[in-house]
Ligand binder design. Structure first.
Ligand SMILES: Cc1cc2nc3c(=O)[nH]c(=O)nc-3n(C[C@H](O)[C@H](O)[C@H](O)COP(=O)(O)OP(=O)(O)OC[C@H]3O[C@@H](n4cnc5c(N)ncnc54)[C@H](O)[C@@H]3O)c2cc1C
Length: 358
């Protein structure tokens, strides 16, 4: 039995814990969830039309979006947690033809995009009745993932894993400092999002990672929203409908807020104003009771994630930024293959680790 400690119970930590075979690994997961990104996230899985030029990131995000339906089956996620409802992309009309062409090109090596339809004004409004009649692009492979629901489900099915709700520190590559004193492990995995810098400092690592505050609004409506697609509006205000009338509007990307977790009125106004011009009657949505969610993302200088094994044997994964629900499960899958089968098949998915961690 290999004794593994996973520090961090977000999407990477919990997916990894569930992918490792319990007959080979004795797993302990430590998580202190204040500010955790996964539980605060919006839930959009639709990376194919991103304008980002980083080829490795695209390969990783594409592979992550393709892996999720398989994980949904393996982990028996119900449709309230993960569902391919499709994504509607709303852009100025003159951009839609080029976007459709891009979707068709990307589909050649990403068939999971599904069907691609240019929708008329009427068809868009029928698909998501909160929207004004306007043209849009619809891709059927887009999905939504309820981050908190996913984590709760994974904790429930991980009966062989020991969970500790506490903040730990690292003493050396085999030892964690816990509330029960020092604990020894064969392997330590650090999946702590933006906290990697402070956590790895005692081992003299310098990490290119920063915290980014993200806020979104949760509206509790009486709409029958389960079948509605995700709507990716131009700007930061995307609409993510979940079951039971829950509609998310988000999210902000605040690089100067450090670790602040307070919801702000400025974010509420920014997000509602950003969405208003796409909605048929904004008050129809904004009148409902609402709350705000805040989380801290981790981002690197080139906004790309990094993961892998350090020379001292520690495993790290961080820097997932605003697409970590999409890339996180794939990173966990690659790390599980490494730990289980010693396969390091990640060169095409990221730049060398040395770019981010010295
Ligand atoms: C508002 C918002 C909206 C988002 N929307 C989307 C989206 O629509 N689509 C998408 O793909 N991505 C989205 N993301 C990004 C995505 O949520 C993150 O990239 C991803 O969840 C990061 O996962 P992680 O496991 O790396 O880190 P986290 O989920 O942050 O988990 C790390 C955990 O480690 C814990 N921890 C840290 N230090 C210690 C310690 N010393 N001891 C114990 N525990 C520790 C943390 O508290 C936390 O619980 C969004 C993020 C936010 C904030």
């Amino acid at each position: 039995m290999e004794k593994i400690a996973i520090v961090g119970g977000g999407i990477i930590g919990l997916t990894l814990a569930n992918l490792l075979p319990p007959e080979k690994f004795e797993i302990t997961l430590y998580d202190e969830p204040t500010g955790q990104a996964t539980k605060a996230s919006a839930g959009i899985i639709s990376p194919w039309l991103s304008k980002r030029r980083n080829k490795q990131w695209y390969q990783l995000a594409k592979a992550g979006a393709a892996l999720l339906p398989k994980l949904a089956q393996d982990f028996q996620l119900d449709e309230a947690i993960y569902r391919q409802v499709g994504s509607l992309i709303l852009q100025p009309e003159e951009n839609l033809a080029a976007l459709t062409e891009l979707a068709e090109t990307r589909k050649i090596d990403a068939p999971e995009i599904g069907d691609i339809h240019l929708l008329s004004n009427q068809e868009t409004a029928e698909m998501l009745p909160l929207l004004k009649p306007q043209k849009s692009l619809f891709i059927t492979g887009g999905a939504r993932l309820d981050g908190l629901g996913y984590l709760n489900h994974l904790k429930k099915i991980a009966t062989d894993i020991q969970f500790h709700n506490e903040k730990v520190q690292i003493k050396n590559p085999e030892t964690l400092l816990t509330s029960h004193g020092p604990e020894q492990y064969d392997r330590i995995v650090l999946a702590v999002g933006p906290h990697l810098k402070e956590l790895s400092a005692p081992l003299n690592y310098q990490v290119d990672i920063r915290p980014q505050k993200g806020q979104l609004i949760v509206f509790e409506t009486n709409f029958t929203s389960e079948d509605w697609p995700v709507a990716m509006l131009a700007g930061e205000s995307d609409l993510i409908p979940f079951n039971n009338g829950k509609i998310l509007l988000g999210a902000t990307h605040e690089n100067d807020a450090n670790w602040d977790l307070e919801p702000t009125n400025a974010a509420f106004h920014q997000l509602t104003e950003g969405a208003a011009s796409f909605l048929i009657q904004p008050e129809k949505l904004f009148q409902f009771p609402h709350s705000q969610r805040v989380g801290t993302r981790a981002y690197t200088s080139d906004f790309a994630p990094f993961f892998g094994e350090l020379p001292d044997g520690i495993i790290v994964a961080s820097g997932l930024g605003s697409s970590g629900l999409t890339t996180g499960p794939m990173i966990a899958n690659l790390l599980a293959n490494f730990l289980n089968n010693h396969e390091k098949k990640w060169d095409s998915y990221q730049k060398s680790l040395i770019n981010y961690l010295k």
